[in-house]
Design a protein around this ligand. Sequence first.
Ligand code: ADP
Length: 643
Amino acid sequence: MRVLKKWSNLPIRLKFFSVFLTIVLFAGSGMFVLNHQLLQVARDNDKIINHSVPNLTTQLQIKSTIMERINYVMLYVTTGDEELHKKFIEASERAKSIEAQLKKNALPHEREGIEQFIIHSEDWEGILSNNVIPVYQRNNPKDALDTLNSQAQPLAIELMNEAEELSQQKIHEISNDNKKVLNNAWSSVQAGYIVMGGTLLLALLFSYYISRSITNPIFSLLSGVRRMTKGDFTTQVAMKRQDEWGELSKAFNRMSQSIASLVEELKQANVRLREESHRARESTRLKSEFLANMSHEVRTPLTGIIGFAELLHEDAEGRLSPAQKNFTRNIVKAGEHLLTMINDILDLSKIEAGKYELEMSRFDMVEMIRNTLIIMQAKAEKQNISLVIETKYPTLQVMADKTRIRQILLNLLGNAIKFSHAHSVVRIIIEQSEHMVIVRVADEGIGIEVEKAEKIFEPFYQNDGRLERKYEGTGLGLALSRQFIELHGGTIGVESKPGEGSVFSFYLPSGKREAPTPDTCEQACKKEPLLVLYTADFLGSFRDFSEKIQKGFRPFLSFMIESKREAIEIVQKHPEYDILVAAQSFQAGYVDMLEGISEHTQGRIFSYIESPLRFVERGQVMRMAEYIPPSSDDMSDIISKTT
Ligand code: ADP
């Protein structure tokens, strides 16, 4: 057990190394045993080839020399040919050398038999040399032949049998040795198989173990990551290992702990922010109510003052001096300026208090702009400025509050003329995208620094204190314009370069679809579900978000998406549903994803992005989807906008 524990705590590289070493050692020692056995087989084989086989050959040769010798002697004593006697002597010498070799090569267990054979052979040859040949040479051929037939011949046969027995013994031994070699070779082959099989088994077992010891921690880390993806940031991975995986799991656990505490902090910060924004909204509402009441109270006497000053200025009886006429004109002008300002403040307060109501109607934007331009023409001509309309649309129907849109346009054109140099051009460009009508007012005037581009939309902000004296104004026009446009569900912003000019653009929903109506269950519950697709960065806000949209009556299906492809796959399954794409912040692929989705749905596309967008980003989003501003406090608002 302790060894196993020690083993599992080893660093992965050491584990790999020791496993590799074990397999190599096992295979190496197997090969060593195998080689040893093969060597033995080769030696046995060598013994057969170099020793036993030559011995057998010698034994066979000896048999033929016995035959040879007796035949020479037999022919000699019958023919008397001396040549045959010589050949006998030569054969005897050959036989002696063969016998000497036989004796020399004899194995210990053969030695006795061979020596016995040599004694018998010498005895036999003694009979031939001493009892047969000399008797014949003493002219006693008959006795010589008798001795040959009665003694030498039977002994030769016995000797041949003895030689035959010796060679049979040798053949038997060779066959035994051969069997032994074969057996040894077969055992070597078997040992080879065992070593190979064992190595293979060992390698398999180790690779199974190693792969398990790598994949197991990967799986447990993966399931931890999955739990985190589903929002369980407190998730911990249990891994009691001391190796690299153990380190990784500890790091993962530390990371999830810090994410969990971050999420907790964020939630608390969110709650605090919400409380604060609620308080801020409440105080804004009170302020706006106060301002609305005040403005109303001031407007009535002011209208009276202007009326009486105008009467005075008309001077029906001609009693005013030129200086006095100048005073009365200034009173009227200042009164009118004050009245405009008060009216603007009143409108702003109403909007902020949520009491402003648009008077929506369908009208032709191009025509309205042409008419507005006529009003501004005189003012522009005074400063030698030309007003030009650029559009490819002869008419453009929109659903909006015509008076307010005209007011916005007057303000933008008024500013463009006010901040332009003489002999320059102010262009009004009218464009259209799928859901939006876009109007741009471009001048070649003094321009605005980038960092001021958002500030000028704040109430009472005027770009430069010094300019205030040079250019008339209240600092309320743009603030009011933004409020009016946003009430329409649109957006307004500026792109500018100091010294080169500015382009103010507003995007207005073209109102091809009817304006949203308040949500009720009768309307919303009957609709198909809303498809809510949210990006991974929105995960933290999703729980709150979904709780809030549940307050709306429309059923919804939600999916987390990590790529444009995933989003399209989901949309393709429900092409008829309306889609709401929610994200924490505007990111690079967001508009591209909206575009991808729009190609696969027949439903409407809504975009909800929690953190505020820059003007350009808003414009990009609004070209592809209907934009739901994050200011919606009660999220059932969102649902009502999608119904
Ligand atoms: P007002 O024009 O009455 O001062 P606005 O809200 O219309 O108030 O404008 C706020 C400020 O924005 C202006 O005082 C000016 O500094 C700046 N501004 C507006 N339009 C332009 C423009 N076309 N060129 C340069 N600056 C501009």
